[in-house]
Design a protein around this ligand. Structure first.
Ligand code: COA
Length: 424
């Protein structure tokens, strides 16, 4: 038994934001039926191709545990099939460009007419307002959500982050909205619209930066390195380099091997509660009682000097030795792990966070498994579907089409040529 068993999702998503949402729901046990354009499918199937002829990693890593039906939702027979799918499913998830569903003839009013219990969940770039009609991709959301203006170094341009906070982050927000709407439907019997705009999702993840924007009114942000360097603050939250986002100063410091290994670094936080232990570890026991270093406020104007001293010590250790020494002392540190190290980490394999999946076209590949672990709802990661792999199964088993009806649908071309051949 899985948590969302019995919930059927009509997955009209593509690229990254929507697929991350429906993949999570599939891992939690929902039956996710991915609707794809005949012969084409989700554009990511053929993007960043590393093995000619095989679905790309971009697609496979975002579409596990789903079934795929090819369906032209703009042709009359296709619309008939889509109407039946809306009747049979609990949730429709989509991340088309604004207005695309209305243009197909399946706007919210129509969907409610077909199935009043339907939850219609959408990712859009922006919420209602002047940008609501824009198409949006990851980095646009990172920029418009305030993340880029606060990422990077003070003397450089805005920077986007590798974590896909606009796409995967919004997919997470949407998944929470869907599950919450399902919970409310238990009581009301009604579906509802769920909207997760990417800009809003990024702003939510940048909450602490809006906090700092308002703190600026009360004076300089003393925990920012910029303060200890005597650089005046402007009128907006500045880029903070690798400063820690909380009240405890932190930086990324070089470790043994940094000259040749681009990831031989550690994050190091000078947590006030363990300051004395830090002084002992780095060989500065006198700083424990020296009034210039003994308290957090005294250290603030000297952060560069403090971190330089810590770095002199971290440079004598590997990032893992730093972890081994500091962890037992409760000094918060973290190695900068490369993707290569993550791929090879046996601990992450053991928890199912990194999984090896087999695929008929491309053979075995690594993916990220479900990052949420539930004691009563285990996750088995199943390879992504081939384009239209389940078309016939969905038409007959889920929608109950058979005989002449089934032939009529297949022959109309609404469900793709490949499936038509299979039917013959
Ligand atoms: N059958 C027939 N037509 C289909 C179809 C199907 N099964 N599936 C999609 N289409 C059509 C759509 O109806 C649309 O047609 P229209 O433009 O005539 O209305 C068309 O395919 C293209 O869809 P669209 O969403 O506009 O794709 P795009 O490639 O032009 O834009 C995005 C891609 C991601 C920019 C856009 O979808 C978007 O802004 N989405 C919302 C924000 C988002 O999720 N962005 C992040 C993506 S990771």
């Amino acid at each position: 038994m899985k948590a969302l068993e019995g919930v059927r999702i009509l997955d009209f998503t593509h690229v990254q934001s929507g697929p991350t949402c429906t993949q999570l729901l599939a891992w939690f046990g929902a039956d996710v039926i991915k609707v794809e354009r005949p012969g084409v499918g989700d554009a990511t199937r053929k993007q960043l191709v590393d093995k000619p002829g095989a679905d790309s990693l971009y697609f496979t890593m975002l579409n596990h545990n789903k079934r795929s039906i090819e369906l032209n939702s703009k042709n009359e027979t296709g619309k008939e099939v889509l109407t039946r799918l809306i009747q049979e499913c609990d949730v429709l998830v989509e991340n088309f460009a604004p207005g695309a569903l209305d243009r197909m003839g399946f706007g919210w009013e129509r969907i409610q007419e077909i199935n009043p219990r339907m939850i219609m969940a959408s990712v859009k770039g922006f919420g209602p307002g002047k940008y609501e009609d824009c198409k949006v991709y990851e980095n646009v959301a990172q920029c418009a959500g305030g993340a880029a203006s606060t990422t990077g170094f003070l003397d450089g341009p805005p920077v986007v982050t590798g974590a896909q906070i606009g796409d995967s982050g919004t997919g997470l927000h949407l998944a929470l909205g869907i599950v919450t709407a399902l919970f409310q439907r238990e009581k009301t019997g009604r579906g509802q619209r769920v909207l997760a705009p990417m800009q809003d999702g990024v702003i939510n993840l940048c909450r602490v930066k809006l906090r700092d924007q308002q703190r600026l009114d009360a004076g300089p942000l003393t925990e920012y390195s910029q303060y200890s360097e005597g650089i005046p603050f402007g009128d907006a939250t500045p880029r903070a380099g690798n400063d820690s986002g909380g009240g405890q100063p932190g930086r990324i410091l070089k470790c043994k091997g940094w000259e040749t290994d681009p990831n031989a670094y550690t994050y190091f936080i000078t947590q006030a509660a363990v300051w004395e232990k830090i002084c002992d570890v780095i060989g500065k026991p006198d700083w424990k009682t020296d009034p210039d270093y003994a308290t957090p406020p005294a250290r603030l104007p000297r952060l560069n000097e403090v971190f330089d001293a810590i770095e002199e010590w971290t440079k004598t250790k590997t990032k893992f030795e730093v972890m081994d020494i500091c962890n037992p002392l409760d000094i918060p540190v973290g190695p900068i792990l490369s993707m290569k190290e993550i791929a090879e980490d046996q601990g992450l394999r053991a928890t199912g966070t990194v999984v090896e999946v087999d695929h008929p076209e491309r053979g075995p590949y690594l993916s990220v498994g479900c990052p949420v672990k539930m004691s009563d709802s285990p996750v088995d990661v199943v390879r992504s579907p081939l384009l239209g792999e389940h078309t016939m199964e969905i038409l007959s088993e889920v929608l109950g089409f058979e005989g002449q009806d089934l032939n009529r649908i297949v022959e109309s071309g609404a469900v793709g040529e490949v499936r038509a051949e299979a039917a013959e």
